[in-house]
Structure formats: C-alpha cells, structure tokens
Design a protein around this ligand. Structure first.
Ligand SMILES: [Fe+2]
Length: 393
C-alpha cells in the first residue's frame, strides 16, 4: 500500500510574513492576482495591506470582497465574474475558512467551468486550477493547507465536501499577527475546530505516520495555549502557537481525513446556520464518547498529548479523561448547546433524518473508529439536543 502526503509546496510563516506576499507571488510567476476576501477584512484594512504589498511588488492586483460565511454555489457567481473582469492569473485567498474555501472553488471553476455539484466527494479533483496563495486570518480551519473545500449547494442546502489535490494552495502565508484581534468567541470556536481536526486525523482509519506526527504536534500546542489565547487575545506566544497548531492540524486532516464529528457538523451548519467551529464544539464530546471504546489506545494518546492524562493512566481511563476534558473545555469557553443557541427542539428533531443522511453521504463517518449506522447518527443527533438541554437536567 502506498500513501500520498500532499501539502502546499511553500509554507511561509512568522510575524509580518504577509508583507512579503508580493515577492512570493512573483516567484510563482503571477502578474494579475485577485484578493478574494470579505467585507470585514476590507473594513479592518487588512485587505488593503495585502493589496498594497502586491502592488508594491509591481503586480496588477484587485480585490473581490463578496465572499459570504458558509459559501453557497450561487455565491460563487459574482466571484467568477470578478476573476474574469480582472483577467486574474492567481488568487490570494484572505480570511477565515469561508473566504479561503470560496477562493479554492473559484480557482477550479475559473479554469474548468461547470458546477461544484459535479465535484462532490468522493470525486477527487486533481486540477488544473488557478494558483491559490492562502493567507489565514483565523487559527483553526487549516484550509490554507488542505486539499478540500466546503461549498453549500444552493438548491439542496447540502454542505458539500469537495476534495482532491486540485484544491491545494500553491503557497500558504501563515502570519499569526493577523489573528491577534480575534474576539474570544472566534478564538474558542476556531481553536476547537483545530483540535477536532487533529484528534479526528489521529483516530481516523486513514491515519498514517506522517499525519500522526502533524496531529500530535497540534494537539500538544492546543492543550497548552488554547485557553491562554481565549483569555488574553494579546498573548502573542499563545497566538503564535495556536496558529502553528491550526496549520499542523490542517496538514494532519488533509492527509488522513476527518471523521464523524465533521460528518455531523456540516449538516448542522447548513440547516441551523451555526458557524463551523461552533458546530464541531457542540458535538465533539458526545461523539467522542460514542467512539472511544473502538480506539481507546489512540484516544488515550490524544489525552496524554493534550495534557489531561498521564502515562500511568490506563488507556480506558485516559480516553475517558479526554471526553471529560472536551465537556469541560466547552463549558469553560461557553460553547452554547443547541437549546441555548435558540434552536427549537421540534425543528431539530424534524431535521435529524435528513441531517443523518447528509452526514453519511459525505463519507467522513466511514473514517471514524466506530463506523455508525444511519440510525446511530440519528440517535446521536437526538441525544445531543436532549442531553445538553438545560431542561433535560
Ligand atoms: Fe473543521
């Protein structure tokens, strides 16, 4: 059996690295980059900073700021138009997961044409695409280093996983200073997303020695620095370590896949408009509890690496400590439950069957240590509402 490890050819990181992006694009042969971002990053001046760095290097840059959270197939139309109007030869993807995922989809459609629905997993897209240079402004999604994009089908409301080396950025510029202004809520949600990537990659049925190394390096950092970054956003050491962790976790799951938590969180995002990181955070503890017995030694290693168990604990005790830690962490960083988020109980239960079908169809649950049936996924969704509901006691 052979295993491919795919990562961006160039990974540039460190404080202020974003300012050298113009020179980086020139080395890639780009002349007409378009910055794909959102209105928030225009309002903060970050988009202009990137555009200025491109212009200073002699490039013809333009900015498209029309990306939306949880990008839909319909939302790609305006971006494609902007790429054509600028005759862009490259894309700078600037933002959190949504702008970067949008940019990846646009890079493919701009060359290939067609519709993202045709590229839904398990289809593997190998290219060609416009070169993407990804600049993350949150520490969590890892999208800057992954061969995936997540696009919601505007007709069916399904969050489609689209996969393959064709989505891999040509370069990632990982500058932790861009994350220092993240508010605590976003710090927590994106940080837990990164932890989910790392743990899911480590317990995945597609895990391999290289992805394991990335995953454990990420888990160790998140154990030491997530709470610090949450409590004090100005803690530069914590911000830098969380940024490194998020990128490592991205490299881990890009090469080992995610599993049941992500399989179930995507439908949650699509149906109830819960941000991706928060949706993971809502599900993480319960789904881990469901899974641990089927890979106790792997979960135990995660617990010890995270710092919530020791070598002297049995694997079963360590795995249990991991579940407890995920519950504690969610409480500490005030992750809402479906009920406290204001989701109606009846509506939740009504959506469960279709969410379960969509979770299974993504293929991610098949990578889980315990592969669930549709019925078990339905039971998990139902239990997550009821067991975390304040009225349930
Ligand atoms: Fe994720």
């Amino acid at each position: 059996m052979s295993i491919d490890i795919n990562t961006p050819p160039i990974l540039r990181f460190g404080a202020g690295s974003v300012d050298s992006i113009g020179e980086l694009l020139k080395t890639l042969g780009a002349e007409r980059p378009i910055v794909v971002t959102d209105g928030f990053l225009v309002s903060t001046g970050v988009a202009a900073r990137v555009a200025d760095a491109l212009t200073a290097a002699g490039l013809q840059a333009s900015v498209y700021d029309g990306t939306i959270p949880d990008p839909t197939t319909d939302s790609l139309e305006n971006g494609l138009e902007a790429i054509r109007a600028h005759e862009a030869d490259s894309i700078v993807a600037l933002g959190g997961g949504s702008p970067i995922d949008t940019a990846k989809a646009l890079s493919v459609l701009a060359v290939r044409g067609g519709h993202m629905r045709e590229l839904k997993a398990p289809f593997q897209f190998v290219g060609p695409a416009l070169p993407v240079i990804a600049v993350p402004t949150t520490a969590g999604t890892g999208s800057e280093v992954t061969q995936f994009t997540i696009i919601t089908d505007s007709e069916t409301n399904e969050k489609m996983l689209c996969a393959g080396p064709g989505y891999l950025p040509k370069a990632a510029v990982v500058d932790f200073e861009l994350t220092v202004s993240m508010p605590p809520r976003l710090t927590a949600d994106t940080g837990i997303d990164a932890l989910t990537h790392a743990i899911e990659a480590y317990v995945s049925r597609k895990a391999n020695p290289i992805s394991d190394t990335y995953a454990l390096a990420a888990i160790s950092r998140i154990g030491r620095y997530l709470r610090r970054a949450y409590r004090d956003g100005g803690d530069r050491e914590a911000r830098e370590e969380m940024m490194t962790a998020a990128t490592l976790a991205g490299m881990a799951f890009s090469n080992a896949s995610v599993a049941l938590v992500h399989g179930m969180s995507r439908p949650l995002g699509a149906h109830f408009h819960i941000a991706h990181g928060m949706a993971n955070a809502m599900l993480f503890a319960e789904i881990t509890a469901f899974s641990v017995e089927h890979a106790a030694p792997r979960y135990a290693t995660c617990a010890r690496t995270l710092g919530v168990a020791t070598e002297t604990d049995s694997d079963a005790a360590a795995a249990d400590a991991l579940v407890q830690e995920l519950r504690t962490l969610a409480r500490e960083v005030e992750v809402p439950t479906p009920a406290t988020r204001g989701i109606d109980r009846a509506e939740w239960h009504e959506r469960v069957p279709v969410m379960a079908q969509q979770a299974l169809a993504s293929g991610s649950p098949n990578n889980n240590p315990r592969v669930p049936t549709a019925e078990e996924i339905e039971q998990l969704y139902a239990a997550i509402y009821e067991e975390t509901s304040p009225t349930a006691g």
